[in-house]
Design a protein around this ligand. Structure first.
Ligand code: AMP
Length: 114
């Protein structure tokens, strides 16, 4: 098995609450939600962060964003609004080194983040 948690979720080796999937992208619920609705959109392929994704495969970056957007719509977040976050690197708060878009909604978000 891969030692990357999100690669293992993408292959189904580690279970997750899947919201949607295509041949290249998976959306699943965050196991420790920070909002009433909190899902993660990832590419199946192992890419470390959003910068690497954007620079190496812009069409896949667009698919991840499209999946995140569709999940927000399907989960009822679109009317009231929601937040999409790519934590990047240590000081960006990234703890899993497989790029993921957080989609958070269902409560008022504050700014700036902590
Ligand atoms: P980040 O800190 O931006 O790298 O976000 C990683 C996210 O992955 C956190 O919000 C975790 O709660 C979430 N997470 C960790 N393990 C799992 C898992 N097995 N299934 C779903 N989400 C997870």
């Amino acid at each position: 098995m891969t030692d990357c948690l999100f690669c293992a979720i993408a292959t189904g080796d580690i279970p997750a609450a899947i919201v949607s999937e295509t041949d290249r992208v998976v959306v699943f619920r965050d196991v420790s939600p920070q909002a009433p609705t909190h899902v993660l959109a990832i590419p199946r392929s192992h890419i470390r962060n959003v910068g690497e994704l954007a620079q190496t495969d812009p069409s896949l970056a667009a698919e991840v964003l499209a999946a995140a957007t569709q999940a927000a719509i399907d989960l009822g977040l679109a009317d009231d609004g929601y937040r999409v976050v790519f934590n990047t690197g240590n000081e960006g708060g990234q703890s899993v080194d497989h790029v993921h878009a957080h989609v958070l909604g269902g409560r008022q978000m504050t700014w700036p983040p902590g």
